[in-house]
Design a protein around this ligand. Structure first.
Ligand code: 5GP
Ligand code: ZN
Length: 119
């Protein structure tokens, strides 16, 4: 199911503070926090404050928001020392990509080598 009512959405609850998280960045449009089950030494999630279930629900007018998510990820990657070695950004959409939380989020992974193509 690609949509979750905002009240049941884990990431909306993290945004609102009713589920704790280790926040590493926030501003008026996005927040970033540590993934609870990290797949790399750095594994951060960057989410919009706005509840957008997945990439499928993006509409014209949200380009700047998505661009801001990418820019924040690049700044966090640099701050953690991954700029030279490299890092990966992933945005999973729906079942075939393994999306499990239906609030748009960008994974920032760094600190180890990643295979290509991903499994
Ligand atoms: P997806 O599989 O949807 O692309 O990624 C969802 C991510 O959210 C997973 O990496 C998972 O570990 C993370 N996650 C799920 N529930 C929580 C939670 O309650 N807190 C945090 N910090 N991360 C979560
Ligand atoms: Zn949400």
């Amino acid at each position: 199911m690609a949509t979750a009512p905002e009240g049941n959405c884990i990431f909306c609850r993290i945004r609102d503070g009713s589920i704790p998280s280790k926040r590493v960045f926030e501003d008026d449009r996005v927040l970033a926090f540590e993934d609870v089950d990290p797949k790399a030494p750095t594994h951060l999630l960057v989410i919009p404050r706005e509840h957008i279930p997945s990439m499928n629900e993006l509409v014209p007018g949200q380009e700047a928001l998505v661009g801001h998510m990418v820019l924040v990820a690049s700044q966090l990657a640099k701050a953690r020392g991954h700029a030279d070695g490299g890092y990966r950004v992933a945005l999973n959409c729906n079942a075939d990509a393994g999306q499990t939380v239906f609030h748009l989020h960008l994974h920032l992974l760094g600190g180890r080598r990643f295979d290509w193509p991903p499994g």
